[in-house]
Design a protein around this ligand. Structure first.
Ligand SMILES: [Zn+2]
Length: 82
């Protein structure tokens, strides 16, 4: 794995992204609703975000841990699956 910005191999592969805006710390996450128009059962799927951070230039990319579950929820929301 090399940095896409500077081609350095000094990439930290799996960094927790911490939200300090609350009293305690929370890991940053994303959510997708499989049923976005539902009142209660929205089919909410959460996934923690992790970062890859370049130790040379600081270039950072994000990826969702449960990307497959997010994609399935998105496809359901779009009516592509049942
Ligand atoms: Zn870099």
């Amino acid at each position: 794995m090399v940095c896409p910005a500077c081609q350095s191999p000094n990439v930290i592969p799996d960094v927790e992204i911490v939200d300090h805006s609350h009293i305690s710390e929370f890991s940053l996450s994303v959510k997708v609703l499989a049923e976005p128009n539902a009142m209660i059962f929205t089919g909410r799927v959460n996934s923690e975000l992790r970062a890859r951070v370049c130790g040379n230039c600081g270039h950072t990319t994000l990826h969702a841990v449960d990307h497959k579950a997010l994609w399935q929820a998105h496809q359901k929301a779009e009516g592509l699956t049942t």
